[in-house]
Design a protein around this ligand. Structure first.
Ligand code: G6P
Length: 489
């Protein structure tokens, strides 16, 4: 008789990202408490029924001892997560160094670090070695857990070396790689000392995805100009092998936000916020405290608005939620002090004994408080200097079906390509333009707001995270089948 098929009916998907969607806190020698974070990627994959996702990534904590590693591996296993253990030294050179001090600013057009050139060059090499080593460690874990037929989906700039490491271990593995940041113009990418190694490694994947068509085009031109390969409408060709390159704009799980607005605890928050800010228009910024988010520029534009239109001073408030991130990287520490200094100065200048124009929080809010805040906002300010996509703009739109508030959106965020028609697009470097757009938003007619909101709401509720994940994975499956057919011909 036939052996029952032990494989799950759904295709297994190994999602490999630097960070697991879980934060782990050690409670004892062999006990851990875990909290799932509901970031975009997690909700995207939870909503997809066709495949069964497992996560491979760094748990975000240093676990030097075997007892702790075993216990954490077991606890994470129950959440379908598999840890990669990185020691402090590797984290320092790979994550703080190469990923967040070199690749992240470069990909957002902020250039390479400019301090002492010699020291930078020396540490650059050592950071790149750590980057490769960390990527090899990820590859080892993927290899241990891989079963034939699985799809391996690698994410982001932390893991550009991973596709090559995986294919070297098993050339039949189906490998996709997706970048969540911009891919910069080839003229920027070519300044990176390891420019060719990274491109060649990414090209080992079967499918390479970006949020926008522009990023995909920049990647293909980097491959043609720097590696001398051939770019085609399908991707990049190297000695008869095609790496497919395409745009897959991500979305959010919009239903989750829309449903949350009905919950009693969210309604309660909404009521409190309305009372607290009665008589004032609410403007909102929600960002990780990162230099690419343009927080100082945004606050200076708000100051300019108060200067130019003083009658608004006691009728408007800016709530800026700045979530601390990568706090071990010196550039981020400097940014925190800079933002505090500007906020203090403006509140001193325009505040009264009973009210200040800017409420600045250095922390994250829980999901329900965030939904309530989005719902009471009149104008959202998303003014990143560069941003791969920016899902805050999507979340705001999802929560605004009653109020129909206005979105001011940077033209340098990937989201400008999808929400541009409904938002007011601005150049975040032009403080006068942003100040004028604040006034335009605050005085916009209800009909105009309704029209703009409707455009964006339809987009956000139809181009969801689930649809994004399904499209990428099915394209990856098709790409591999086509490549097999081509080699058989
Ligand atoms: C960006 C990156 C993600 C990263 C997130 C948070 O969105 O594209 O890969 O996980 O920032 O940054 P962190 O360094 O805290 O993981």
């Amino acid at each position: 008789c036939e052996k029952p098929d032990a494989r799950p009916l759904r295709q297994r998907l190994l999602v490999v990202a630097n960070r697991l969607p879980v934060s782990a806190v050690r409670k004892g020698e062999d006990s851990w408490s875990l909290e799932m974070s509901a970031g975009g990627l997690v909700s995207a994959l939870l909503g997809v029924k066709e495949f069964e996702a497992r996560w491979i990534g760094w748990a975000g904590v240093n676990v030097p001892d075997e007892v702790g590693q075993k216990a954490l591996t077991k606890a994470l296993g129950e959440k379908r997560c598999i840890p990669v253990f990185l020691d402090e030294e590797i984290v320092h050179r790979y994550y703080n160094g190469y990923c967040n001090n070199i690749l992240w600013p470069l990909f957002h057009y902020l250039g390479l670090p400019q301090e002492d050139r010699l020291a930078t060059t020396r540490s650059f090499q050592s950071q790149f070695e750590a980057y490769k080593k960390a990527n090899q460690m990820f590859a080892d874990v993927v290899h241990q857990h891989y079963e034939e037929g699985d799809v391996v989906w690698c994410h982001d700039y932390h893991l550009m070396f991973l596709p090559k490491c995986l294919k070297e271990r098993n050339n039949n593995m189906k490998v996709g790689w997706f970048l969540h940041t911009p891919f910069p113009s080839s003229e920027i990418h070519r300044t990176l000392p390891s420019r060719s190694d990274l491109l060649r490694s990414v090209l080992a994947a079967d499918l390479v995805g970006f949020h926008t068509y522009d990023y995909a085009r920049h990647f293909v031109s980097a491959c043609t100009r720097i590696l001398g390969l051939e770019g085609t409408p399908e991707g990049v060709e190297d000695q008869g092998r095609l790496t497919r390159v395409a745009a897959f704009p991500i979305g959010i799980d919009s239903d989750r936000f829309i449903r949350a607005l009905e919950l009693p605890q969210v309604q309660e928050h909404i009521k409190e916020l309305k009372e607290r800010f009665a008589g004032r228009k609410v403007m909102l910024g929600v960002d990780r405290l990162d230099m690419i988010k343009g927080i100082p520029q945004k606050i200076l534009a708000f100051e300019k608005f108060l200067e130019e239109y003083p009658s608004w001073c006691d009728k408007v408030v800016l709530l800026q939620i700045a979530v601390p991130t990568r706090t071990d990287v010196p550039e981020y520490q400097k940014l925190t002090s800079q933002v505090h200094e500007i906020v203090g100065r403006i509140n001193g200048r325009f505040g009264t004994l009973t009210a200040v124009p800017i409420h600045h929080l250095d922390r994250s809010l829980d999901f329900y408080a965030l939904c309530a805040l989005y719902a009471v906002t009149d104008v959202a300010l998303v003014t990143s200097l560069r941003d791969g996509m920016n899902l805050v703009s999507y979340e705001f739109v999802a929560c605004q079906d009653l109020k129909k508030g206005v979105l001011i959106l940077s033209e340098f965020a990937g989201a400008a390509q999808s929400l541009g028609a409904g938002a007011i697009l601005v150049n975040p470097w032009n403080i006068t333009e942003v100040a004028d757009s604040i006034r335009q938003a605050l005085t916009m007619t209800p009909e105009e707001r309704e029209k703009r909101h409707q455009h964006n709401f339809v987009h956000v509720t139809t181009h969801t995270a689930q649809e994004w994940a399904e499209t990428f994975v099915s394209e990856l499956n098709d790409t591999v089948i086509e490549a097999q057919l081509r080699t058989r011909q």
